[in-house]
Write a protein that binds this ligand. Structure first.
Ligand code: PBG
Length: 331
């Protein structure tokens, strides 16, 4: 006789969690090192290395040190890098003209990295803020951000980066129509093989604070709300995704990542392009700070966070944790 005092359960999900072998078998998502994109902050000059104070473990590097760093990352299995320049104030102007100047050190570093490490996938930043005296992503006139005038500079910058040998350009500016404009310019200059990773749903976020410290690129007046998206909106991200897709983007990006997992998921099901998310500076800084205080186990939180991006649907993740995660995988 069966014991009727025992509950009869047709399903016992715990059976699939009983031991590490079973858990591995039913595991739905993994973090792969070759799905991580490592951001690098680049300085002009030689033998320079400066830690970003609000991002422990992250450094601004001159060309020589960037080469050394990329070599180490490649050995760890990282294959992709997204590059950001720190432009000294005296090279900034209102139109960001240094961004496509022949003397631009960022373009030189792109060339030398590509030459030395042809196997590395290099992604650029195409936006005005590092080059602009106003610290905005677009050209400013009388306090307004000019959309169409900015497109011209973005196109010149993207062509210059392609001449330097970039694999993918990354417009992070949120101007309307920039993907189509850049695509046309690249194709017209015989760079149809260069991809575009569009910052599709880039929100006007407080999570960018440490990045702006790293680049000294905080806006000199106002905020970025007339071009970056309102954190309250998710449907609007679908509109941006439709535009970037039809304009010729090869990747759609959601940024920041952690507070926008729903947006990653929505874009994943609404489109057919690969989805990238940007685990931004403030997200990194929070984990590091709480870890240093002993309030959380920073390594486990890091892994849980990275996993959540893939679970939400990201195909690739830009993260300041790339190098330390890859190192941890070696152990
Ligand atoms: C600007 C840009 C920003 C980031 C990447 N590109 C900051 C901003 O929009 O002000 C932020 C990245 C991060 O916080 O890690 N074009």
């Amino acid at each position: 006789m069966p014991d009727t005092r025992k509950p009869y359960l047709t399903e016992r999900p715990r059976r699939n969690r009983a031991n590490p072998r079973i858990r591995a078998l039913v595991e739905e998502n993994q973090i792969r090192v070759d799905k991580l994109i490592e951001p690098l902050f680049l300085l002009d000059g030689e033998k320079k290395i400066e830690e970003v104070s609000s991002m422990p473990g992250i450094f601004r590097l001159s060309e020589d040190n960037a080469h050394r760093h990329v070599e180490k990352s490649l050995k760890l299995g990282i294959k992709s890098f997204i590059l950001f320049p720190i432009i000294p104030d005296f090279l900034k102007d209102t139109s960001g003209s240094y961004s496509y100047s022949e003397k631009n050190f960022y373009l030189k570093i792109i060339s030398s990295l590509k030459k030395k490490f042809p196997e590395a996938l290099l992604i650029s930043d195409a936006a005005l803020d590092p080059y602009s005296v106003d610290g905005h992503d677009g050209i400013v006139r009388n306090g307004e951000i000019l959309n169409d005038a900015t497109l011209e500079v973005l196109a010149k910058m993207s062509v210059a980066q392609s001449e330097a040998g970039i694999d993918i350009v990354g417009p992070s500016d949120m101007m309307d129509g920039r993907v189509a404009h850049i695509r046309h310019a690249l194709d017209a200059h015989n760079f149809s093989h260069v991809g575009i990773m569009a910052y599709t749903a880039k929100y006007a976020s407080a999570f960018y604070g440490p990045f702006r410290d790293a680049l000294h690129s905080a806006p000199k007046f106002g905020d970025k709300k007339t071009y970056q998206m309102n954190p309250a909106n998710a449907r609007e991200a679908l509109r941006e995704a439709r535009l970037d897709s039809t304009e010729g983007a090869d990747y759609l990006m959601v940024k920041p990542a952690l507070s926008y997992l729903d947006v990653i998921y929505r874009l994943k099901i609404a489109t057919t392009l690969p989805i990238v998310c940007y685990n931004v500076s403030g997200e990194y800084a929070m984990v590091k700070a709480a870890g240093e205080k002993g309030w959380i186990d920073a390594q486990r939180v890091r892994d849980e966070m990275l996993l959540s991006f893939f679970r939400a649907g990201a195909d690739a993740v830009i993260t300041y944790f790339a190098h330390e995660f890859a190192l941890a995988m070696q152990k």
